[in-house]
Write a protein that binds this ligand. Sequence first.
Ligand code: ZN
Length: 396
Amino acid sequence: MAPPPDLDVLTNRIVALAELNSGSFNPDGVDACGERLAELVGELEPDRVETLAVEPTAQVDASGVVVHRPVGRALRAIKRPDAPFQILVFGHLDTVFGPDDPFQAVTVDGTTLRGPGVADCKGGLVLAIEALRQLDDPVPTGGGPLDDVGWQFIAVPDEEVGSIGSKRLLADAATDADLGLGIEPALPSGGVAAARKGSLTVHAVVSGVAAHVGRAHADGRSAILALARFIDEVEAHNGRDGVTVNCGRITGGGALNAVPDRAVGSFNLRVESIVDQRWIEDRFAEAAAEPGREIELIWTSRRPPKPRTPALERVLADVTEAAAEHGLTVEPEDTGGCCDGNDLAAAGLTNVDSLGIAGGGIHSPAEFADVASVPPRAATMVEVVRRARDRALSSS
Ligand SMILES: [Zn+2]
């Protein structure tokens, strides 16, 4: 049996990954991070380790033009693909902090690590390696080896920008797996995400008619005014349960003595159900098509909601019980945030997605992680796999 994991080793691994800048649109940095992770994965003696190119991420620029921004490569490792019970362990290489972000330094203070991505989700990647190691080589406190469990480990390069290029890779992996385990950071309470809202990104590209303000104002049609009215209409749906509409960015116009003929509003929407999703998509389409308006809607990202299903509730109960065995309180909580767990659930894979490291302040310069949480949380993940395997194999 293996000794319990050493905190210094875990710390060094997380720091080494976090010191490599891997902002979503820094493909070289993401690839360097993937290479370092591949070295750690190699210790697990997988049958296959590979990096895979993914499609660029479509974004809409300030003038309403779709641009495709390159991203790094995904890392995939596979072990025992013919085993009777298959898990998919998923996380991401990228962070929200690009190379120009002032938040780059990683510091260690006891078991507290501070730095970009230490929690989201480089600490989780290291935790995943530890949990996968324990499947074959249980620590003294665990049960026997789980060598009838096969696994696929995927770290995508573009999660923080919607995993647009990785969607197919994840969906394919979902069809091969019996259970998904995501290593997104724990919720601030230490809990695990249950239901997650869906998230949609849409850009309203508004055209108008340019005219000289002094000589021919009446001949013009203001794109900015049309966009303002559109925003007012669609944000009015915020009163409806289950739907959130936020216009987070507007651009448009130019010279102050010209009627503006171009304006762009970019929105993020959150929805609790697929019914809500369809409903708000229809409201956007209706508002864009109103007479006298020329508005093109460009939907760049759609992550469907992740509902609580009976199968998910079963695994969440396992998580709470298994965590308690390791001295942790891990309760399921619904959240408005979303991740690859949403897409995997939509692809039919029951998954718990926030089994990663404990910490907080994610997506901000206050991000931190507690490396002491890795051993008990990795052991929890292993126990969750054991329970799901036992259930699946005893019923087959
Ligand atoms: Zn994340």
